[in-house]
Design a protein around this ligand. Structure first.
Ligand code: ADP
Ligand code: MG
Length: 246
């Protein structure tokens, strides 16, 4: 079975992006920053070769495209978005401007996944020795905890949609600041975000997502819920479907 790459309507019929990317077999060839490649090599279980979804998704995300990535559980979707997301943040040198909200939001459907993604992103930032800072929001946080967590000007926020909604209503996050600062929005395990009841919380946020923001949607399945989120948030995305989607 072949992987399927649906291009956005706007560029259908133009020369293939697929072919070049199919040939890339290393993280270097995908255009990944050497600091990130070294960080991957230093992991307990060293990561040296990109997985199929990483091979296709990383170059598109680095180019700033909106992407829907559907690939089965265990196919490496976390690094498929984290690596290019970090690389883009490393390259954003607007430190002169006071940041009122994070540049990247990673939204996940559970506290457990939030913890996992936060650990992964923090360890990559640490081994790259860059200035970026990540925070996670957890459901036990009070309004004052949320304000403290966000007062440190993090670049990356990892959270469930409900903790973001709570931060908005507690004034820990300001909608104007989100509109001003947000550059990348990731919905991880998007298939679960709606079935776990986060629709209203998501809408409270997406109303403030600026048009320039790059949106990425990761999912193990293709479902009506994923389509609904895609229509709600993404603009003309590339849709990547790898074989053996669940
Ligand atoms: P998914 O989100 O698609 O279910 P994960 O991102 O959780 O999958 O990755 C599953 C496992 O594969 C993790 O333990 C991760 O560290 C590992 N992994 C990710 N990318 C690679 C790679 N390029 N090479 C080897 N292992 C990888
Ligand atoms: Mg995952």
């Amino acid at each position: 079975e072949e992987e399927v790459i649906e291009e956005p309507d706007a560029i259908k019929g133009q020369p293939d992006v697929e072919e070049e990317e199919d040939e890339a077999r290393t993280f270097e060839e995908l255009g990944l920053d050497p600091r990130l490649i070294r960080a991957l090599n230093k992991k307990e279980i060293s990561i040296t070769e990109p997985t199929p979804i990483q091979r296709v998704a990383i170059p598109l995300i680095l180019q700033g495209k909106d992407v829907v990535a559907r690939a089965k559980t265990g196919s490496g979707k976390t690094l498929a978005y984290l690596l290019p997301l970090l690389q883009k943040l490393f390259g954003m040198t607007d430190s002169s401007r006071k940041k009122l909200a994070p540049s990247a939001f990673i939204l996940v459907p559970s506290g457990e996944l939030c913890q996992q993604v936060f650990k992964e992103v923090s360890s990559l930032i640490d081994s790259c020795k860059v200035q970026s800072k990540a925070v996670q929001l957890t459901s036990n946080m009070l309004a004052s905890d949320l304000r403290n967590a966000l007062a440190g000007q993090p670049d990356i926020l990892v959270s469930t949609p409900s903790c973001v909604a709570k931060s908005l209503s507690a004034g820990a996050l300001k909608s104007e600041s989100i509109n001003d600062s947000l550059e990348i929005l990731v919905l991880d395990e998007a298939d679960l975000l709606l079935s776990f009841g986060y629709e209203d919380d998501l809408k409270a946020l997406t109303a403030h997502v600026p048009r320039r923001c790059q949106c990425l949607l990761m999912s193990a399945t293709s479902s009506a819920d994923v389509d609904k989120l895609k229509k709600l948030i993404l603009h003309n995305p590339y849709v990547l479907t790898l074989p053996e989607v669940e």
